[in-house]
Write a protein that binds this ligand. Sequence first.
Ligand SMILES: C[S@@+](CC[C@H](N)C(=O)[O-])C[C@H]1O[C@@H](n2cnc3c(N)ncnc32)[C@H](O)[C@@H]1O
Length: 264
Amino acid sequence: MDIPPKYSVSEVMGFLKGKLALRLFEKYEHLGHRYWGRHLWSRGYCVSTIGLDEDKIRKYVKWQEQQDKKELLDNAPHQRIFYVEKDGEVKQARGQRRKRAVSRDAKFILNISELNGDEVVLDPFAGIGGLVIECLSRGFKVFASDLDPVVRPGLAHVTNNRCTLADARKLPFRDGTFDVIITEPPFSTRYRQSVMDSLPELCRMIKPNGKIVLFIAQDMYDCITDYMAKAGFHLVRDFTLRRNDKLISHVLRFEHSRAYCIGG
Ligand SMILES: C[S@@+](CC[C@H](N)C(=O)[O-])C[C@H]1O[C@@H](n2cnc3c(N)ncnc32)[C@H](O)[C@@H]1O
């Protein structure tokens, strides 16, 4: 493949990987199960200006596989260190299983969000930062927020203090602050009403042509999609993901209908 000099290799590879992953997930639904939460593609790519032989390519693929495994392990919620507040003290904790965290799933969610890197992102249900960390690793400017004071020090640490302790139903940001909201609200049905009550806030804070990407439990699908449609948001992507027969969830990407109509 030839790449004209006005594009960088990384730009072209990012574009190709993003578009191809989406096409494949749409066409072959089972990939969504198999690659539940995974990057379909590795993070890297192999490029040479003087040519590559088969041996070099094989070595690269092997090396990249090892890198991927290491990265997933280092970022796994039960592995990575996160600062928490307990009894008025900040402590290092490993293995925050209490919160559903999505180090693998985050890659998938970010892929289908199709960001170009200039966007300002908010995660208002940030938990122990699975989505936030993935956004930061891709170079996005991210703000995190969560209601739980326990996770505040950890969020402050990973976001370099771009975080706040706040209820997603009333957030301290002006209208139209964010290009993208990517978030995983609580799955449990006891939070259903508060998740629903947070939707007007999310719609308020998004820029007119912004995106809202929600990773939600199956049983909140109807009420959330109904609300978003009434609020003028178009459902642009809808992926059903299954971990097992009991846990079915959706990754939904909404865009404002007006922007969607004008943009095509
Ligand atoms: C499913 S977890 C998010 C996990 C996160 N994506 C991660 O990778 O760690 C949901 C989070 O929502 C928070 N939460 C629940 N109700 C909230 C509310 N009304 N406002 C803000 N955060 C809330 C919980 O404290 C929890 O951390």
